[in-house]
Design a protein around this ligand. Structure first.
Ligand code: HEM
Length: 525
């Protein structure tokens, strides 16, 4: 009897899902693309905590467990270009919960990105980081424009000078002279300057979403993890409140013109200025309190996570590719190390190779592996099949997943597509002047493109170049040797650790303790 009570709902659940899978399969067939059937998808929130228990599925014979990979949100980060080589640049993931067309085909990607108004993020995904309030990532249309206008005001050229100086100063404080040997785990935490509470929220981000409203539940009703989550959410809110208060006090002090010390401060200032201007009584052009915190949270998140991820990979790639490092150091010495004038305006535009290192790092280890969109009305996108290009009509509700890793590792990049070679982003004029050469967004999309391009793109570039120039002007970065190991073996070990990554808000290494780097002080002539 008890068995019946337990089994009956499960059988009904499985039957309903089978019906939905068949229905979705019939729709998916119309696209004329290869189809991969999934019994479950990462859109099924209940699957996320259960997924690790089923890792044995991948070891089933005859490819029976191939579907398992695609049930992880950031699967292209693990897959690289393997699926593209096997199924082509576009294929369909068909699950009971929905249909997703994964595409790495340039014209298709370009179409979706350039028409962001008719290709918004699907509702559930856009709300992922909205637990403090609506924000620039969670909104679309006119609402998104309002959020974007106010938050982007802070991203002007003046603030880039501050970003440059600030990044150089922070790099000087990394304590490299006293701690020269660092595992890749330590490298990551070197740049993870996040408050502990934000770290905990990110580690449990799906739990945070699933238990939205946890902050209003009394402590005694909460199990240990949820209680810690509640404390972390409150702590981070408090941190943001203190930050806003501090900023408002500064801008209210008579005679003190507060400098745009950081972009977050700039954002608060822009919001205050909009409020004061008085033109907004009928058309609200500033952020409500919850929206301000919603934005402060996503800017903290988007800024710090991506920097920590990109720096970890970039410094490791430089250590593992010593000739590339020498090539970059040559440029750093010419324009930075040996220069009295290290002003942002003078030096930054000349550090082309440093910026190329960032582009190459993001090509191989982008923090955003799969970005999903769905059309508001039926729209056609170009796809490529064995018989050539064609257009397929996508109805609302069907997702298009932009497979950044498939695009970044495509054979279109040449025979060395899987190798770290930043010089592919550099071109030389007849006079020998170097400049950056970046392919269009259909081929290279780490910051995305179109109007919804990452607002922190320039910020992240300036910050990255400043950190790399400052480090290379003083240190040579080498792979950390294990006892008795030679240089070549250590280098291979380091690069193989870099290949083993997974997605959790950004790119993470699966085995960050298995390799490390050494910052060796450079001898000056
Ligand atoms: C290596 C550095 C970075 C990379 C690769 C990167 C990448 C991206 C990508 C791919 C998106 C689009 C996400 C989507 O539409 O689903 C995005 C959006 C965004 N990024 Fe970045 N980002 C970086 C650094 C930053 C920094 C430093 C900030 C802030 C200071 C920032 C703030 C944002 C915000 C607020 C959005 C949402 C924009 C919108 O929806 O209109 N990012 N970023």
């Amino acid at each position: 009897m008890l068995a019946h009570i337990v089994l009956a709902p499960l059988v009904l659940f499985a039957a309903l899902r089978s019906v939905r899978l068949v229905k979705n399969y019939l729709t998916a067939r119309k696209f004329g693309l290869p189809i991969i059937l999934l019994p479950v998808s990462f859109e099924d929130l209940w699957w996320i905590p259960l997924r690790p228990l089923f890792s044995w599925v991948e070891r089933l014979p005859f490819g029976l467990g191939n579907w398992y990979l695609y049930t992880e949100m950031g699967w292209p980060m693990i897959d690289g270009n393997r699926s593209v080589l096997r199924y082509g640049e576009n294929f369909v993931l068909c699950a009971p919960s929905g249909i997703q067309i994964a595409t790495a085909y340039g014209p298709g990607l370009e179409h979706v990105l350039k028409n962001h108004k008719s290709w918004p993020q699907p509702g559930a995904q856009s709300q992922l980081f909205a637990f403090y309030g609506q924000n620039v990532t969670s909104t679309n249309g006119a609402e998104w424009q309002r959020h974007r206008k106010i938050t982007a005001t802070a991203f002007n050229e003046n603030s880039m000078r501050e970003v440059w100086t600030d990044a150089v100063e922070r790099t000087k404080q990394l304590d490299l002279p006293t701690k020269q040997d660092r595992s890749l785990k330590e490298i990551r935490s070197t740049f993870d300057i996040l408050a502990m509470s934000l770290g905990f929220i990110l580690d449990n981000v799906f739990l945070t979403v699933a238990t939205n409203g946890v902050t209003s539940v009394p402590d005694y009703l909460l199990p240990k993890t949820l209680l810690r989550l509640k404390v972390s959410l409150n702590e981070f809110k408090k941190y943001m409140e203190e930050f806003v208060l501090h900023q408002m006090r500064l801008s209210n002090q008579e005679g003190i013109k507060s400098r745009t010390k950081s972009l977050l401060e700039g954002m608060v200032n822009a919001n205050e200025a909009e409020k004061r201007s008085g033109d907004n009584r009928f058309t609200k052009q500033y952020l409500s309190e919850s929206e301000l915190y919603g934005n402060l949270f996503v800017f903290n998140l988007a800024g710090f996570e991506t920097t920590a991820s990109t720096m970890t990979f970039a410094l490791s790639y430089l250590a593992g590719n010593i000739h590339v490092q020498e090539w970059v150091t040559e440029e750093v010495d010419q324009h930075y190390t040996n220069s009295d004038d290290r002003d942002y305006e003078k030096v930054y535009p000349k550090l082309v190779r440093c910026l190329a290192v960032m582009h190459e790092t993001l090509r191989l280890a982008s923090p955003a592996p799969l970005l999903v969109r769905t059309p508001t009305i039926v729209d056609e996108i170009p796809v490529i099949t064995a018989t050539g290009e064609k257009s397929i009509a996508i109805p609302p509700g069907v997702m298009v997943g932009m497979n950044g890793y498939g695009a970044h590792l495509s054979p279109r990049w040449g025979h060395d597509a899987d190798k770290f070679n930043p010089s592919r982003f550099v071109t030389s004029s007849e006079k020998g002047e170097e400049s950056l050469r970046v392919p269009d967004i259909g081929m290279f999309l780490p910051w995305l493109g179109g109007s919804r391009v990452c607002p922190g793109k320039k910020f992240s570039q300036v910050e990255f170049v400043a950190i790399v120039a400052q480090i290379l002007s003083h240190y040579r970065i080498e792979p950390l040797l294990k006892w008795g190991e030679d240089d070549e073996t250590a280098r291979h070990r380091l690069l193989s650790v870099l290949d083993d990554k997974f997605f959790h808000v950004s790119a993470h290494l699966k085995r960050p303790d298995d390799a490390g780097v050494r910052f060796v002080p450079r001898m000056r002539a």
